[in-house]
Write a protein that binds this ligand. Structure first.
Ligand code: HEM
Length: 504
C-alpha cells in the first residue's frame, strides 16, 4: 500500500488538537519505564475505585473518532496519574485502529491473534469457544453485534461519582460518527467474588514496573518495547520516523529498525471475556460431592479453586484457612512439599492457571519457575451482576459473573496458552478427562472428572459440569499514552479502511 501523503505541518496541527495533555517531544531512547506513558490499568486494578463501567464504542467516521480521542486524552489516567476520585483508560480493537486511520503497515505490525480478533473462527476453535459458548451466542462482541472499536474503562469512588464521570465522558461523544454500542456495568469491588472466594490475590511481580528493586517476570511480558522472558522485544508496530514529525512516539531501538518510532511501546494487549457464573449449580454440585466424600463443602470448593475462600493457599495450609493472617503468595508447589497435590490438587484452578515450579525441566527448581514465567497474566477483572442472595433475579439478564480482563504482551504465548493448554486441557500434567473445574471447557456430552488426591485413597469427583457461560469478549490493545496521542492526532492515512471490509 502506498505510503500516506503527510506533511509535518498537518501532523503538528493534529497534535496541537490533542489537548493540553500533549506529551513533550521525545529526546532520548532510554529504556527506563516512563510511568506517565503507561495507562494506569497496567500498574493497578484501581481497587481504590470500587465502581466501574466499560463502554464499547463503534467508530463510523475516523475523523470523529480521532476528535473524541483527542478530547478524552486529558482524562486518561497513567501509572503516574494522581487523580484520586476517578480514572479513565482507553483500549482499541484492531478494526478500531483501522477506523482511526492507521496505515496498513502499522496494522500489520500487531499480532495475528489481535488482528483476527477473539471471535474469529480460528481463535474460537483454539479457545474452545464453540457450541453454547460460540461467538454467535454472545451478548456482545459476536458476529451479530455491532463492532467494538474503542473500549473506555471508567472507574470511580462511588456510584454517584461514576455516573457523573460517565455522563461527562458521554457528553464528549460526537453527534455523528461514533456511537456507544455496549455498556458493561460492574458490581462494586468487594472482598469476595460471587462464588465466595477472595480474588485478585496473586499477580506477577514484574521487574521494574513498580520500583527498581522489584525482581520478577520480565517487563516485556506485559509491555511492548522491553525485553521479554526470552530477552527479546516482542513484535510490535514500528513506523518510519518520518510518520511522526512531532516526535510524539518513542524511537525504536536501532537494532530493531533504524529511523523508526515505536507505536507499540508501553502498550499491552487487553483480553476481555464476560463469563456468566452459575453460582447455584456450583454450590449444589459441591454439596453433592461433599456428601459423597465426607469432606465439608467449603473444603471441596476450596480444592476446586486451590485456595480457601479467604485466599489461604491449600499448599500453605491443607486443613484449614488461616483467617486473619496475611495471605502468603510466596509459595511453590514442589519446593513446599505439595508435589502430589495432597494440599492443592493438581487439577485445581489456581494450580493450572499458574503452576509455579511444577513444570519441566526440573519441577521444584528455579529453571521450572522461569519456564512458567513465560505464561503469566496480569488480571484486572471486575464482577458484574447482583451478589448471590441479594437479588430477586431481576438484575440485568438475571445474570452474574466476571468481566475477566487480563493484560499480556503476547496473546498466543500467554492468555491463549493458559486457556487452551492449561485450563481446557483434559490431560494437563498427566490427568485424564480433567479440565479446569472453574474456567475450563468441558465436553458437551458429559462432565469432566476432578481428581482429588487424598491419603490413603484419592477421590474422583465425577460429572463435573461447566459452571461458566461465555457471554462476550474481544481482544484490545491498551496503547501507551504517547501512542494514544499519535492515534488522536494523525490525519487519516487511507480511505480504503473506512470503506473497507469490516463489519458495519
Ligand atoms: C468466572 C471465572 C473465574 C473465576 C470465578 C476465577 C476465580 C479465581 C480465584 C478465586 C482465584 C484465586 C485468587 C487469586 O489468586 O487471585 C483465581 C486465580 C487465578 N485465575 Fe481465575 N477465575 C476465573 C477465570 C479465570 C480465567 C478465564 C483465567 C485465565 C484464562 C484465570 C486465571 C487465573 C490466574 C492466572 C490466577 C492466579 C493463580 C496464581 O497465580 O496462583 N481465571 N481465579
Amino acid at each position: 500500500m502506498a505510503r500516506p501523503a503527510l506533511t509535518a505541518g498537518n501532523r503538528r496541527a493534529g497534535l496541537a488538537g490533542a489537548g493540553t495533555g500533549a506529551p513533550p517531544p521525545v529526546t532520548d531512547s532510554g529504556r527506563r519505564l516512563d510511568r506517565a506513558d503507561v495507562q494506569g490499568l497496567v500498574g493497578s486494578g484501581y481497587g481504590r475505585l470500587p465502581e466501574a463501567v466499560f463502554l464499547g464504542l463503534q467508530v463510523d467516521d475516523g475523523a470523529a473518532g480521532r476528535r473524541l480521542l483527542a478530547d478524552l486524552l486529558p482524562l486518561v489516567t497513567s501509572m503516574a496519574g494522581d487523580r484520586a476520585d476517578s480514572a479513565l483508560n482507553v483500549a482499541v480493537s484492531h478494526p478500531g485502529l483501522g477506523r482511526l486511520g492507521m496505515p496498513q503497515a502499522a496494522l500489520a505490525g500487531f499480532s495475528l491473534e489481535f488482528a483476527g480478533g477473539m471471535a474469529a473462527p480460528t481463535r474460537s476453535a483454539f479457545l474452545g469457544d464453540v457450541g453454547e459458548q460460540a461467538p454467535a451466542t454472545w451478548a456482545w462482541g459476536g458476529p451479530h453485534h455491532p463492532r467494538v472499536d474503542l473500549l473506555l474503562l471508567l472507574y470511580a469512588r462511588s456510584a454517584e461519582e461514576l455516573t457523573a464521570h460517565r455522563d461527562s465522558i458521554r457528553q464528549r461523544f460526537p453527534a455523528d460518527g461514533v456511537r456507544e454500542v455496549v455498556a458493561l456495568p460492574t458490581t462494586p469491588v468487594s472482598p469476595r467474588d460471587h462464588l465466595g472466594f477472595a480474588d485478585g490475590i496473586s499477580q506477577p511481580a514484574v521487574t521494574g514496573l513498580h520500583g527498581r528493586s522489584e525482581r520478577g517476570v520480565a517487563l516485556g511480558e506485559f509491555l511492548l518495547g522491553y525485553p521479554n522472558a526470552y530477552g527479546r522485544r516482542t513484535g510490535r508496530p514500528l513506523l518510519p520516523a518520518a510518520d511522526d514529525p512531532g516526535r510524539v512516539l518513542p524511537p525504536a531501538p536501532r537494532a530493531d529498525a533504524p529511523d523508526s518510532v515505536d507505536l507499540g511501546r508501553d502498550g499491552s494487549y487487553l483480553v476481555v471475556r464476560t463469563l456468566a457464573v452459575d453460582v447455584d449449580a456450583f454450590w449444589s454440585h459441591v454439596h453433592r460431592w461433599a456428601a459423597r466424600t465426607g469432606l465439608p463443602p467449603e473444603q471441596v470448593a476450596a480444592k476446586m479453586v486451590g485456595r480457601w475462600p479467604d485466599g489461604t493457599s491449600l499448599t500453605v495450609s491443607r486443613d484449614h484457612p488461616l483467617g486473619d493472617e496475611p495471605v502468603d503468595n510466596d509459595f511453590r508447589y514442589h519446593r513446599d512439599g505439595d508435589a502430589a497435590g495432597l494440599g492443592c490438587p493438581i487439577a485445581a484452578h489456581v494450580r493450572r492457571a499458574n503452576p509455579r515450579d511444577s513444570l519441566d525441566p526440573r519441577p521444584g527448581s528455579d529453571a521450572s519457575v522461569r519456564v512458567n514465567d513465560r505464561h503469566r497474566l496480569i488480571r484486572r477483572g471486575r464482577q458484574y451482576g447482583p451478589p448471590p442472595g441479594t437479588s430477586d433475579g431481576t438484575g440485568p439478564d438475571g445474570e452474574r459473573g466476571l468481566h475477566f480482563l487480563c493484560l499480556n504482551a503476547n496473546l498466543s504465548r500467554q492468555f491463549e496458552f493458559v486457556q487452551h493448554t492449561w485450563m481446557d486441557n483434559p490431560a494437563f500434567a498427566g490427568l485424564h478427562g480433567s479440565p479446569d473445574p472453574i474456567a475450563g471447557h468441558h465436553p458437551p456430552d458429559g462432565g469432566g472428572v476432578f481428581p482429588l488426591p487424598a491419603d490413603p485413597v484419592r477421590h474422583r469427583l465425577l460429572d463435573l459440569p461447566r459452571f461458566l457461560r461465555l457471554r462476550g469478549g474481544g481482544y484490545f490493545f491498551l496503547p501507551g499514552v504517547r501512542a494514544l496521542h499519535h492515534l488522536a492526532s494523525h490525519p487519516a492515512h487511507q480511505s480504503s479502511v473506512r470503506d473497507g471490509k469490516d463489519r458495519p
